[in-house]
Design a protein around this ligand. Structure first.
Ligand SMILES: CSCCC(=O)/C(O)=C/O
Ligand SMILES: [Fe+2]
Ligand code: NI
Length: 183
C-alpha cells in the first residue's frame, strides 16, 4: 500500500502524520502543489518489459498528461538488483537535489521512496505500482530505490536534455528513513 509520512525536518524519528488512504495522501500533498494519482495498471506489463511496450501500454494517460502539462520528453527507467550502476545511481538520487522542471514519475512496477523537503517539513511518499507523482520544479527532494532495487517508471520531462539536478550539498537524507523502513 502507498503511504505518506510527514516529519518535522529536525525530527526524523517520529512522523507527525502517517496516511495510507489515497484521498488523504492526495489532499495533504495537494496542499504543497504535489500531484499524486493512482492509475489503472496493465497486468501484462511487468518488470523487465520492453520500454516501447511500456509506453504503448500507457500511451493514453501519458498523452493526456503531456497535453495537459506540456511535457516534451518521455522515457522509461528500469532498475533491479543486477543493474551495474544501481549503487552509484542510488547514492546520486539519495543526495538532496532539485530540478528546474517538475519531476513526474509513473510507477509501472516495483516501488521507490520519495522524500520532499518543503519548508520545515519532510514528506516521505512510498510510491508503488500504479502511482503517479509529480514533484514541482524547485522542490528539494531525494529518492531511495532501496538496497535491492526493483522498479520500472515512466519519466516525463519538459526539459529536452532529460535528467538534470542541482544538488544542495545538505546531508539531511542520511537522517531520514530508507525504503526498507516502509516495506
Ligand atoms: C523514480 S525515477 C528515478 C529517480 C529520479 O529520477 C530522481 O530525480 C529522483 O529524485
Ligand atoms: Fe529528483
Ligand atoms: Ni484502507
Amino acid at each position: 500500500m502507498s503511504c505518506l509520512a510527514i516529519y518535522l525536518s529536525n525530527e526524523p524519528i517520529q512522523p507527525i502524520k502517517l496516511l495510507n488512504h489515497l484521498e488523504d495522501i492526495q489532499t495533504e500533498l495537494g496542499k504543497v502543489g504535489v500531484r499524486f494519482e493512482q492509475w489503472q495498471t496493465v497486468s501484462s506489463i511487468q518488470a523487465g518489459a520492453d520500454p516501447a511496450a511500456v509506453l504503448a501500454a500507457y500511451a493514453e494517460p501519458i498523452q493526456r498528461l503531456q497535453q495537459e502539462q506540456g511535457y516534451q520528453t518521455v522515457d522509461v527507467i528500469s532498475m533491479d538488483e543486477k543493474h551495474p550502476e544501481r549503487e552509484t545511481l542510488r547514492q546520486k538520487f539519495l543526495s538532496e537535489h532539485q530540478h528546474a522542471e517538475d519531476e513526474v514519475r509513473f510507477f509501472v512496477a516495483g516501488q521507490g521512496l520519495f522524500s520532499l523537503h518543503i519548508a520545515d517539513l519532510v514528506y516521505v511518499v512510498l510510491c508503488r505500482r500504479g502511482d503517479l507523482i509529480s514533484v514541482p520544479a524547485g522542490v528539494k527532494h531525494w529518492f531511495d530505490m532501496g538496497e535491492r532495487p526493483h522498479f520500472v517508471a515512466v519519466r516525463l520531462f519538459n526539459n529536452p536534455e532529460g535528467w538534470v539536478a542541482n544538488f544542495s550539498g545538505d546531508a539531511i537524507a542520511d537522517d531520514f528513513p530508507r525504503l526498507e523502513d516502509f516495506l
